[in-house]
Design a protein around this ligand. Structure first.
Ligand SMILES: O=C(O)CCC(=O)N[C@@H](CCC(=O)O)C(=O)O
Ligand SMILES: [Zn+2]
Length: 349
């Protein structure tokens, strides 16, 4: 297996060659400076060897992609970083876990096969009918890889998880991040300025617990975790990688440098929104009142109709609400859209 990976040093190709998993994980070293451990298909850890010996890890970083299989730009970004690490053109200064979430859905060129994996974390995979499909089984495994990774770090390690996505619609803010709900924890201004340096200049503060991957890492491990939306969904080969260059440069710095200095927290450099409400689907006839090509962050005024369902209109109930991720094509019970209002006064430290 190691030979199969190291022949092309292409972890995505290795993962897609083994979409259902590998029989056993394996470990090897890169020139006595980095230990590499392949845990599973789409799950690889890099650890600096000198830090392994001394226990002095300053950061434990998880970069995940393809929790939605058709969101290809994040896959290309992660795979390029993995290849650079395997080729030793870059060397990590921190413990790193890369996760390629849903290999069968990448093959299928779809968001998911049976169930949206980003609704299956924090144990949701085992609720209801339990582990009835591959996405549920994989979500449970991904949780374990993250848990083992964070539980094995040293005491003062900063824990980071960027779950990289691209959005179905175009967006008035091309790159944005969802900051999962943090009960009793202030928001981290340095992290938001790091994201801004990546070109991710817009933050949505979530208002309640969710079953997303980033919320799992944030809630369970106190990680600085975000769902990061880097642009619009495109098939492989159609991403304009120049649009991701700034993100790629900053992630490379994060990985290779002991610390990255960013500007002091400045809300004026960010577009800050908070979720005012999440509108769930309650009936099969749920329909949006606006067109399919209306971009994320479009604004609607109080009283305007956003959607109709079961003969009733769902209207804007603040002076202005912006919408993000509208999707009527979800199962009853799931989120159809997030409504946003400005968030100038969040608790940021
Ligand atoms: O464009 C869309 O409609 C969905 C893009 C996407 O996959 N977004 C994530 C956001 C997760 C979060 O709220 O943290 C998702 O819907 O899973
Ligand atoms: Zn996604």
């Amino acid at each position: 297996m190691q030979a199969q990976l190291m022949e092309k040093k292409d972890f995505l190709a290795f993962t897609l060659d083994n979409p259902a998993g590998i029989s056993t994980g394996f470990k090897f070293e890169l020139a006595q400076h980095t230990q590499v451990e392949v845990l599973d298909t789409g799950a690889i850890v890099f650890s600096p060897i000198d830090q392994t010996t001394t226990g002095q890890h300053s950061k434990s970083i998880v970069l995940s992609c393809a929790v939605h299989g058709n969101e290809t730009a994040p896959i290309e970004i992660c795979n390029a970083l993995i290849t650079a690490l395997l080729n030793q053109t870059i060397k990590t200064a921190h413990r790193l876990l890369f996760l390629i979430g849903n290999p069968p859905a990448i093959h299928n060129k779809t968001r998911f096969i049976e169930e949206n994996m980003n609704r299956l974390f924090s144990g949701a995979h085992s609720k209801g009918q339990g582990l009835i499909n591959d996405e549920r089984i994989r979500a449970k495994k991904l949780e374990k890889y993250v848990a083992d990774f964070f539980n094995n770090d040293s005491a003062n390690s900063q824990r980071i998880h960027y779950d990289l996505h691209t959005a179905i619609r175009s967006s008035k803010h091309e790159k944005f991040a969802i900051y999962p709900y943090r009960s009793g924890r202030s928001y981290n201004g340095e992290q938001m300025m790091f994201l801004a340096a990546c070109g991710v200049d817009t933050i949505l503060f979530h208002h309640e617990p969710t079953t997303t991957f980033s919320y799992y890492s944030s809630e369970q491990f106190n990680a600085d975790a975000f769902t990061v939306e880097l642009g619009k969904v495109m098939p492989f080969g159609e991403n304009d990688m120049l649009r991701f260059e700034q993100t790629q440069i900053m992630l490379t710095m994060l990985i290779t440098q002991p610390s990255v200095t960013v500007e002091p927290y400045d809300p004026k450099q960010l577009n800050l929104y908070k979720v005012s409400r999440s509108i769930n689907k309650n009936a099969d006839d749920f329909n949006f009142a606006f067109a399919n090509d209306v971009p994320n962050f479009s604004q609607f005024r109080q009283g305007e109709i956003l959607a109709t369902e079961a003969g009733k209109a769902i209207t804007v109930n603040s002076p202005v609400e912006a919408i993000v991720f509208p999707n009527a094509n979800v199962p009853v019970g799931q989120r159809t859209v997030l409504c946003l209002v400005p968030a100038p006064n969040e608790d940021v430290q």
